[in-house]
Design a protein around this ligand. Structure first.
Ligand code: SAM
Length: 237
């Protein structure tokens, strides 16, 4: 059976957990003496023993010398270069599904964007907190050491990137798998339900973005980012 994973704020020899993590341990029916794997969301991971577990309080003692010993090796589940998903705000609860799946698919960062056809009113402080929780839970589930940062909405014109930016654009000719070389970080960008405006696409291309096709069918705005990330992970990274 695999070792249970717990997100902790930092790796220290002795850790006192907050109520949310305590509830989680109790739901998993863990007991004092059980061993868990802890991760700090920034790449740090270690094994720990539950020293105390009672209502509202849990204390873990960390075996900092043991390492994670789960077969992943040093940051073995992260892509060779960080992948950022830049995605326009979507209506309703669709972003939660995108954040969950994008985390499983290995992104290092998710940048939310306001575009001509994506309304900033689609997101508030509470929704952002929820999306960050979704990323944390998905990272735990998919046994990643890194929890992707979910960054609050930015106007598309203020999006900056390192390395290459590829934008999903129906009718484009280039294909994402042909562009992957891992010499530099990668950002994949996908539009809102109404697509990008012509001005937005022209602005992105003028700044060096590369448009890519996701095939001859029009994908829903919540499917397109996952198709891009699917093409990335299909290379085996
Ligand atoms: N009428 C819009 C258009 O033609 O751009 C459709 C928008 S689509 C529902 C939402 C987003 O998904 C698009 O802005 C684009 O980023 C991406 N997308 C959907 N299908 C695509 C395809 N076949 N190739 C490339 N990008 C696609």
């Amino acid at each position: 059976m695999s070792v249970h994973r717990v997100r902790v704020p930092e790796l220290a020899a002795r850790l006192v957990l907050g109520p949310q993590e305590v509830r989680h341990l109790q739901v998993m029916r863990l007991r004092p003496g059980d061993r868990v794997q802890v991760f700090d969301g920034r790449g740090g991971e270690a094994l720990a023993d539950i020293a105390e577990l009672e209502d509202g309080r849990a204390v873990l003692t960390l075996d900092l010398d043991a390492g994670a010993e789960d077969g992943a090796g040093d940051l073995g589940r992260e892509t060779p270069q960080p992948v950022t998903l830049a995605v326009a705000l979507l209506k309703g609860d669709k972003l939660a599904d995108v954040v969950r799946a994008a985390t499983e698919l290995g992104v290092a960062r998710i940048q939310l964007l306001v575009t001509a056809h994506a309304d900033a009113r689609e997101i508030g402080a509470q929704k952002l907190v929820r999306l960050r929780r979704v990323a944390e839970e998905a990272a735990r589930q998919s046994r990643r050491r890194v929890v992707p940062e979910v960054q609050g909405p930015l106007p598309l014109a203020r999006l900056t990137w390192e390395g290459r930016l590829v934008v999903a654009h129906p009718g484009a000719e280039a294909r994402l798998p042909d562009l992957l070389d891992w010499a530099a970080p990668l950002t994949v960008l996908s539009g809102p339900e109404g697509g990008f405006s012509e001005t937005e696409i022209a602005g992105l291309l003028a700044r060096g973005a590369v448009p890519v096709t996701l095939g001859p069918r029009i994908l829903r705005a919540e499917t397109a980012p996952l198709a891009m990330l699917g093409a990335v992970v299909a290379t085996g990274v």
